[in-house]
Each structure stands twice: as C-alpha cells, then as structure tokens.
Design a protein around this ligand. Structure first.
Ligand SMILES: [Mn+2]
Length: 248
C-alpha cells in the first residue's frame, strides 16, 4: 500500500522584498502544485507571508498563485493547516471560509499515523522575553486590531513593510546564535514533554530560520524548519520517519 505523506513548511515570507519576490512565490506555488497524490496533509507553520492583513472585503495582492495552489490542494482532498506566525497574525476567516484551510493555535498536538506531533510557529513559547510578549499582546489585541483595520491600506502596508525591514536589519546587525539546549524553544519542549504521560514524539516549529534536528533530554525529537528566503526547506513525514529536505 502507498504511504501517506505529510508536509511541513514555514517562513516562506512571501512578499518580502529580497532578490526576486515573484520568482520566490512561483517556486513556492510550484512546490505546492508538485505535492504527490498520496499527500494527506500540509502544515503551514507560520510566516508564510511576510505580511498578511485582511479586511472584511479585501485581501492583499501578490499571492494569487499560492492561494490558488492551496485551494487546489484542499479541493483534491489534502488537509491544509495554517498557524499564524508573527508576520501573519492577522487572518480573519478568509483562509477557513474561502480556501477551506484550518487555522490552528500553537502549541497544537496531533496524532499522525500513530506518532504524536506538537507543532506551532514557535515564537513566544517558553518563558521570558517581556518585550516580545508585550508587542505580541498588542498585535493580538482585538481593540487595537479594530483600530488598525480603519487605517488606510496605503499606510497600514507601508508601516508593516517598514516594521518587517527593521526586524530583518536588526537581525543582520546582531547575528543571532543558536544556543542549543539553552534555547527557550528547547526548554519549552522539554518541560512540555516532562509534564505529560502521552509523550510527544516530534516537536516541529518554524520561526528561527534555522534548520536543525535534536534529540530531547525529556524524550522525543525536535525539528526546526528552515526558510524560503535563501534556502527552500521543508519537512516530510512518511508515516515512519521525518526528513528535512530542500528544493534546489
Ligand atoms: Mn517568525
């Protein structure tokens, strides 16, 4: 019997003005279009869009091929799941209602082919980082969102792109270094597993733009996904093993 396939991808940052954004989107859309017939599910683990903001009757331009490919996957019976990343927090029903995608909240535990997965974008999990939490609270606050939705898109999108660029420059000035066991996400996964009887086999997160795989002290393994700005990374689970892969 043919195996069921499960794909995980994050941090495509569509729309980010880096090199050739149009070519990047086409590459992502053709990846989606190329998923084999035995694909059961696709998990989009956040920051697929560098900025997504939808209004009651309007969605952002530039992503037609991606949205079309996602709709086609849903229509052929693939389950598509979407986690909001810190760049695409602001989804208000379009993905569910028009595309048939299920929007999930992290940390989300799912049983897949007898293995237990814990998934999410990975931002803000674990303890600490007060500044980040405060910003995140503001971003997720319904009243502030309502105020923001009254800002003309010319200003709203202008502001968002400035913010995203600032984020990136910050990273470039002060290169981030993976701290291994000491990293907040690793501590989160370890305490998550230590606290439960039904242990998670695989923790899968995005956000860090750092592809890695590690065995956890508390049992289970963690995979962090890479990104689609310089590399084109994804993870495949075939019912038995998880593999980090990338497209040339
Ligand atoms: Mn992120």
């Amino acid at each position: 019997m043919e195996k069921n396939l499960y794909y995980f991808v994050s941090d495509v940052h569509l729309g980010l003005n880096h090199k050739d954004p149009v070519a990047r989107e086409r590459k992502f859309a053709s990846f989606l279009n190329s998923l084999p017939q035995n694909t059961r599910a696709l998990y989009l683990l956040g920051d697929i869009f560098d900025f997504w903001y939808e209004y009651k009757n309007v969605i952002p331009r530039n992503f037609s091929r991606t949205l079309g490919a996602l709709a086609a996957l849903v229509d052929r019976g693939v389950e598509v799941y979407f986690f909001n990343g810190n760049h695409d927090i602001w989804t208000y029903g379009y993905f569910e209602e028009e595309l048939g995608i299920k929007v999930l909240q992290q940390p989300y535990v799912a049983e897949i082919e007898g293995k237990r997965f814990c998934m999410g974008h990975g931002d803000g999990l674990g303890e600490g980082d007060f500044g980040y939490r405060l910003l995140n609270w503001g971003f997720k606050n319904r009243f502030l969102q309502w105020l923001f939705s009254g800002v003309h898109p010319r200003w709203a999108f202008g502001l968002a792109h400035l913010w995203s660029r600032h984020n990136r420059l910050l990273h470039e000035d002060n290169p981030w270094v993976w701290k291994g066991e000491g990293e907040r996400i690793v501590k989160f996964a370890n305490s998550f597993n230590a606290a439960r009887a039904d242990k998670v086999d695989y923790f899968i997160f995005g956000h860090f733009h750092y592809r890695t795989h590690m065995k956890l002290a508390s049992g289970g393994e963690m995979f962090l996904l890479g990104e689609w700005i310089h590399d084109f990374d994804y993870l495949l689970f075939d019912g038995e093993v998880c593999q980090s892969l990338n497209i040339e």
